[in-house]
Write a protein that binds this ligand. Structure first.
Ligand code: FAD
Ligand code: NAP
Length: 503
């Protein structure tokens, strides 16, 4: 979840647009009024007195900035802050922390894994490696702390329905869970945290490679530990235990971050490739990362489906080195689970308070999830109009998720405007941001009317490009230069008018 707005809080002087700025008097007056409103003053009013100790700022906490720019902004700050700048700045929770707390845990030594920032990928991992090496003398070793798991309740999975049509390259599912026997409550915009179990066939194969094991070991490998992503400490342990010198050397190189044929190896790959490396099983299990909860944006409104929660889950399944690798939670939910421990993760991703505030929703792929919840909710409340959905996926014929529901909402006026982009139907890629650019003038008008903009879905590419497209709209229609457009979008986020739920 993008918590951009949280970190910019606190009083600040009201900035006024200088006369030399490239605006017409009307634009300047509007901007001054806008900024005064934003900072809590009246238009043209003198700036409030500065607070005695300004709150710490995090200028790099902006996922639109590139890594070198973020690191430059954190130059001279404490190691924990520079490490924070290396993260993807999405506060997505996939690491079990948010960007700030993951960095703090690395800096104080309570977390040792440098590869937990999924959206940051390899560049983040490498930047962290350098920063941790630099900070090492100061860092006191600490006992590894496991991020606390929220209290979960068992929710039966009552439906796994394929949404993508025959011939689609994707398997996207509507997953329905029964909450009637739980105390779990949610609002549109919230996410559901799910505790999944590893594939029993994979656990069997690991047990076989270890030469067997009891029920306690099976349960630990099934429900408690991540057997897909061994950490450096697992590699160290295996290297230390390897009786074969060649295996020990290869494992040591892997532990030192050298990449090679075992890129993306899971525990089974390691056990099969290095049969002489068999540390005590209890040590091996303890070295594995904790199996993390997976979050899913809720795709339903409790007003429309009381006692239930619905998700829109993309099944992750790919082949590496001749073996099919299943995403732990997506495949568990789609194919295996009867019931899952689940909790509701409350969110800042919220519909505007006022019914008449325009809502712009940009959610290609599974990013449609919270917008289905928003539209269900508004439909249940009989709210009409002032909603605009940008959706896209690969092919119109097979990948138009919730097509009939969307058509019904268009028909009854719940959805005022729909913009679609099919990326693989034509010769060139067609994405939601292309629709945004085409509708630039209308988007700007909606924004002038106070629209809230919501973005959900892929963090690594889509969210960045949509962010750039939005800045493009401001530059084109609002006659801003690149820096002014960047400031404008930050101000929009501060007002909670630009919210992102990206992963
Ligand atoms: C706030 C939030 C909301 C979300 N909402 C949704 C949603 O609405 N719908 C949705 O579908 N998803 C959503 N997600 C993503 C979701 O949480 C999961 O990340 C996603 O389903 C994949 O989880 P998994 O357990 O199936 O896959 P995982 O097992 O976590 O695997 C993920 C990827 O990692 C790769 N991988 C695994 N092991 C290795 C390795 N050793 N080396 C290299 N690569 C490896 C896998 O091959 C796969 O490509 C959301 C995430 C967040 C943070
Ligand atoms: N590792 C993989 O191969 C893989 C595959 C699917 C999904 N995922 C991940 O799974 C998650 C959910 O996937 P999903 O099915 O919801 O959606 P998705 O894979 O992100 O795709 C949804 C749509 O967005 C398009 N898209 C791709 N890049 C884009 C960009 N820069 N800007 C705008 N649109 C773009 C896709 O087009 P094209 O795909 O035609 O470019 C597709 O039409 C995401 O985190 C995604 O990164 C990974």
């Amino acid at each position: 979840m993008d918590m951009l707005t949280q970190h910019f809080g606190g009083p600040a002087p009201v900035p006024l647009i200088p006369d030399s700025a490239p605006f017409t008097p009307e634009q300047r007056a509007w901007l001054n009024g806008f900024l005064a409103g934003l900072y809590g003053g009246a238009s043209g009013a003198p700036a409030p007195a500065a607070p005695p100790a300004p709150p710490e700022d995090f200028p790099w906490h902006d996922p639109a900035l590139e890594l070198p720019e973020r690191l430059a902004l954190a130059e001279g700050r404490a190691p924990a802050r520079r490490m924070m700048a290396a993260m993807a700045q999405l506060d997505c929770g996939q690491c079990g922390y948010v960007c700030k707390t993951y960095a703090e845990a690395l800096a104080n030594g309570s977390e040792t894994s440098l590869s937990l920032c999924q959206p940051g990928g390899k560049p983040t991992r490498e930047a962290l490696k350098a920063l941790v090496a630099e900070a090492k003398p100061a860092a006191a070793p600490a006992i590894a702390a496991t991020p606390a798991k929220p209290a979960a309740e068992h929710a039966p999975v009552i439906l796994s329905q394929r949404l993508t049509g025959e011939g689609s390259g994707k398997d996207v599912r509507r997953i329905v869970l029964d909450l009637s026997g739980t105390s779990l409550r949610y609002e549109p915009g919230d996410s559901l945290g799910v505790a999944a179990r590893n594939d029993p066939a994979l656990v069997d194969a690991v047990l076989a490679a270890l030469g067997g094991g009891d029920e306690a070991l099976r349960e630990a490998l099934s429900a408690e530990r991540d057997i897909a992503r061994p950490l450096d400490r697992t590699l160290d342990l295996l290297a230390g235990a390897a009786r074969d010198a060649g295996e020990a050397k290869a494992l040591r190189a892997l532990a030192d971050g050298e990449e090679g044929i075992l890129d993306g190896a899971d525990l089974l790959d390691l056990l099969r490739t290095y049969p002489s490396a068999r540390p005590p099983v209890a040590d091996l299990v303890a070295s594995l990362p904790v199996l993390k909860l997976r979050l899913y944006s809720i795709a339903s409104s409790p007003l429309a489906v009381p006692g239930r929660v619905e998700l829109c889950v993309g099944v992750v399944r790919e082949e590496r080195r001749g073996r099919v690798r299943d995403g732990v939670a997506s495949c568990h939910l789609a194919f295996r689970a009867d019931a899952v421990p689940a909790h509701v993760q409350e969110s800042h991703f919220r519909l505007p308070e006022r019914a008449e505030t325009p809502v712009i929703m940009i959610g290609p792929g599974t990013g449609i999830a919270p917008f289905r919840a928003f539209l269900q909710h508004r439909a249940a409340l009989g709210m009409k109009g002032r909603t605009w959905l940008f959706f896209g996926d690969r092919h119109a014929a097979t990948d138009f998720l919730f097509r009939d529901e969307i058509a019904a909402w268009q028909g009854d006026g719940t959805l005022e405007r729909l913009s679609l982009a099919w990326s693989r139907d034509g010769a060139a890629k067609d994405y939601v941001q292309h629709r945004m650019a085409e509708a630039s003038a209308d988007l700007w008008r909606w924004l002038q009317d106070g629209a809230h903009v919501y973005v959900c879905g892929d963090a690594s590419r889509m969210a960045k490009d949509v962010d750039a497209a939005l800045r493009g709209v401001a530059m084109r229609e609002g006659a801003m230069d690149a820096e002014a457009a960047r400031q404008w979008i930050v101000a929009l986020a501060r007002q909670s008018r630009y919210q992102r739920d990206v992963y």
